[in-house]
Design a protein around this ligand. Structure first.
Ligand SMILES: O=C(O)CCC(=O)C(=O)O
Ligand SMILES: [Fe+2]
Length: 326
């Protein structure tokens, strides 16, 4: 996508009438947005790590954040890269728009750069931009910091479920992929007709999300209502992914979210996704199951099968996790 003066978005981007961001009502994944009845919970990771009453207070806040919104803010601070090989064959890594799986598929009003950052020996550096000059160093430094945050949060989440501290962390082998997605949303003359990012929940265990603080465009779905997520300078959002919903047997829900476009402002966001080894079997933690009283709510599935389903569902605007429910 590039800068051109348009009065109307091209038809490939125009969402079906029942599926536009400005409409009230609509189906489960559509409708107008409201302001959140309460702010997105802010979790102070330093307090979360401390012992005693302070740590317990912060853990209680984390529990409520996870169970109400499935997202929270921890305090803390072209061509060469194309995702089309030879201009034709789609691969997830690289720069561009969604994979087009059907002629009538509506495209998102955005471009994305997807890169695998870990395992290190699987980095495809040919897809990494050389400009700005420090892109690579900054991304790698960010990767380290984001990983620390992910570890702290996953330990705290295991504790909340009375599992071993390392329960979630131990599911990551040294082959577990960490990917980054940089989303670029351009202004749109008719934001009421398009979506910057269609409704979805993230694959993986969790994702850290850094968003432009000058434009509020991310929305989350709860009980059939879309809510605007207010921006907060110098903070990051944590999104619970589908794998966590399955592993926690539905106690922690993955967040369904979408991004709306704006008439005047462009926006950039950076999401880092923590997924699992392709051979890993994703399943509810055995210690959370009790025969008749608390049966498994999700079928066991190999990560690679989940991922294959994910892209199919994503293109259609549906959720693969719904097909895993028992
Ligand atoms: O741009 C955003 O705020 C959200 C991006 C997102 O949901 C994603 O990359 O999966
Ligand atoms: Fe997302």
């Amino acid at each position: 996508m590039s800068w051109i003066a348009l009065r109307e978005p091209p038809s490939r981007y125009v969402r079906h009438e029942h599926d536009r961001p400005g409409l009230a009502g609509g189906g489960a994944l559509v409708g107008a947005a409201a302001d959140m009845p309460e702010p997105v919970p802010v979790i102070d990771l330093r307090r979360l790590l401390s012992c005693g009453a302070e740590g317990a207070d912060e853990a209680a806040k984390l529990r409520s954040a996870l169970q109400s919104w499935g997202l929270f803010l921890p305090l803390e601070k072209k061509q060469k890269c194309s995702n089309l090989v030879d201009g034709k064959r789609f691969q997830v890594e690289g720069y561009g728009n969604d994979q087009v799986k059907a002629q009538d598929q509506v495209l998102d009003w955005s471009d994305r750069l997807n890169l695998k950052v870990e395992p290190q020996d699987e980095r495809n550096l040919a897809k990494w931009p050389r400009h700005p000059e420090h892109f690579r160093d900054v991304l790698l430094e960010y990767t380290l910091k984001s990983k620390k945050m992910k570890c702290t949060i996953l330990r705290a989440m295991a504790r909340l479920l009375e599992l071993d501290d390392g329960y979630f962390l131990n599911t990551f082998s040294n082959k577990a992929p960490v990917t980054v997605r940089i989303n670029h949303y351009l202004p749109c003359p008719r934001p009421d007709l398009v979506l910057g990012f269609k409704p979805h929940s993230d694959d993986g265990v969790l994702a850290t999300l850094l968003v432009d603080s000058h434009l509020c465009a991310l929305q989350v779905l709860r009980d059939g209502v879309w809510y605007n997520v207010p921006t907060k300078p110098h903070s990051m959002l944590i999104n619970i992914g589908d794998f966590m919903e399955v592993m926690s047997n539905g106690i922690f829900k993955s967040t369904v979210h979408r991004v709306v476009a704006d008439t005047a402002k462009e926006r950039i966001s950076l999401a880092m996704f923590y997924a699992l080894d392709s051979e890993h079997e994703i399943k509810p933690a055995a210690d959370l199951l009790l025969h008749d009283k608390q049966p498994a709510k999700y079928k066991e599935v190999k990560t690679m099968d989940y991922m294959a389903g994910f892209y199919e569902h994503f293109a259609r605007g549906t959720r693969v996790i719904d097909s895993m429910k028992i």
